[in-house]
Design a protein around this ligand. Structure first.
Ligand SMILES: C[S@@+](CC[C@H](N)C(=O)[O-])C[C@H]1O[C@@H](n2cnc3c(N)ncnc32)[C@H](O)[C@@H]1O
Length: 172
């Protein structure tokens, strides 16, 4: 999949796929402004509840443009050609049926719209892979541990290794 991003624009309608606790959705909300719309979608109610609580603590008017929707990335509850852009941050790796999720992304995007996928890279270069794994082991996991989130991050190394090479998934 070709992925490009020239930024969300004022007034646009944007979907943040696998939104989790909403970090990207909050950034997007500032980009599209009060006349735009951001949907933060996740299939875990608990994550959306954290996102919603964070939204209530924020004061800028633009944050009112975010709506949290509980739904599955492989069966989106939106009509065809609905969004101007989609973002997905560290989420696609976690979706079991990535092909179906990407089909759904394209179904709900308007013609000429944009997708931004941010994730760890499954590099074919062994040096790049080794550096990334060193960073996960020596930076990401220790920092997460400091916030009591070790269990949420220590699966990353095996998850990145499996990403895009699992049987039936996209070839790297
Ligand atoms: C690592 S979190 C990423 C959260 C957020 N995008 C961020 O950057 O902080 C991955 C999220 O993907 C969600 N997820 C995984 N599979 C999903 C699916 N099939 N449909 C909807 N959400 C899914 C999980 O519930 C989790 O909240």
């Amino acid at each position: 999949m070709a992925v490009s991003w020239s930024g969300a624009k004022m007034g646009e309608s944007v979907l943040d796929f696998c939104s989790g606790s909403g970090d990207l959705a909050f950034l997007l909300s500032e980009k599209v402004g009060s006349n735009g719309k951001v949907i933060g979608l996740d299939f875990l109610k608990e994550q959306l509840s954290v996102a919603s609580s964070r939204q209530k603590l924020k004061s800028k008017a633009c944050y009112l443009n975010i709506e949290w929707v509980e739904g599955d990335a492989t069966d989106l509850p939106f009509s065809d050609r609905h969004f101007d852009a989609i973002t997905i941050g560290y989420g696609l790796r976690n979706v079991v049926d990535k092909y179906k999720a990407m089909e759904e992304m394209f179904r709900v995007l308007k013609a000429g719209s944009r997708v931004s996928i941010r994730d760890f890279n499954k590099s074919t270069n062994p040096v790049v892979s080794a550096v990334q794994e060193l960073m996960i082991d020596n930076l990401v996991v220790p920092v997460a541990s400091g916030f009591g989130l070790e269990d949420d991050y220590k699966y990353l190394k095996s998850s990145v290794r499996a990403f895009l090479t699992e049987q039936g998934q996209v070839a790297a």
